[in-house]
Design a protein around this ligand. Sequence first.
Ligand code: HEC
Length: 439
Amino acid sequence: MTPKTLTRSLLTLWAFAALPSAFGFSSGPPAFRAGVPGDQAGATCTACHRTFALNPDTLGKVTVTAVGYTPGVKQIVKVKVEHPQGLRWGFELTARSATNDQVMAGSFTASDSIRVVCGTGTPPCNGGLEFATHNAASNRAGTPNGVEWEMEWTPPANEIGDVIFYVAGNAADNSSTNAGDRIYNTQLRVKAGGACTLTKKPTLRSLTNAASFASVLSANTIGSVFGLDFEVAGRSRVAGSGDFVNGSFPKQLSCVAVEIGGQRAPVTYVQTDQINFQTPTISQTGPVPVTIILNPGSPNELKSDLGTVMMASYSPAFFTFNGTSIAALTADGKLFTSAKPGDVISLFGTGFGFSNPVYQSGEIVDGLAKLRDPFTVTIGGTMLVAADILYAGLAPSAISGLYQFNVKLPATLADGNVPVVITIGGVSTQATATVPVKR
Ligand code: HEC
């Protein structure tokens, strides 16, 4: 073989070998293969690397290392893939909100050894879904046992609750094909650690029923606190399933806690001048002490001056859309612009006392739980008979402070905004609450 033919065959060989990577798989996998349940049904690299099942043995594994995040503060995240027979390596990593796996948590920085791909479009992914992967330079062909990559992750600017890293790794056989490679996946959940850095002492101005803004509350009622400096200005936080503790709403959210009668209240929403919460399951009545606590349990804990709230046995109120029109749905769960006499509708409110069975504050209602105490429903001046009250109790699948009434509208109602009043223990819902009726 002349040197010339040698060169030519080498070139041909090289061209062959180079062809697949020109199409880019060993130099970085496609997006949506990190094993996130909501991304293409949890797809990983086994979509193409099919020789072995996912996580085929305990000799190999993929691990991800990250610590609790401080909003906006970069940290190094490490991914390691290991297997005694592996000779070439790859991975794909993403970070998502624990409440909703379709919400990206922060962003990754591309580097010499790390490639970043977006769910749609090209980087920067601008808050959209993104994935960090190995690249052509970092698949380390020929390296035995395992490799580790390091990359920079910038957490979300605001605390979004727990974050889950999802990663898939390939312990490949260095065949330059998608055969003979072992794929592993795992996940790592991290908390917003070190995130409690609120600096201003909170000012407590008032506590109200969240539905009527009345100032008397009762056990398990959904309420709002108004004041100042509860949270960094412009920042807000809604509690989601990723924040749940033992299946219940958390007793602190975004570094904010509310203490009523010596008990922490489940918190559902926080912004700088408002906190939404549910009162604890307590039977104390009369003036009860209230404190707002920031950075709870940390050395930098900040407490508001002590306030009080009037607690009663009942504080019934309807949620409304615009101050008067009751938050209501049709029997099949739809919003409506008007209901007809004789229709069955569901009305929503809070503060109707204990249910049977009793649910603790913050719990999610997983069955029927009717009102414990007697009550009346009056619509357009007509007091409903028992047969026209199909259900009165806690709203299924909701927080235990949300009450639902399925009622049949009297056949005699005239068109217009018809007043609805529920009275329990001598206390009535707000007089201004109405339902629009049209024949
Ligand atoms: C759409 C199909 C497809 C998916 C999905 C895919 N790959 Fe591949 N991959 C290939 C093909 C084809 C090759 C061989 C050609 C090449 O090397 O580019 C390959 C090769 C590789 C190699 C080199 C293999 C060897 O033995 O030399 C690595 C490493 C690799 N992929 C990692 C991954 C990782 C990690 C994932 C998942 C996060 C993944 N791939 C997902 C198609 C895919």
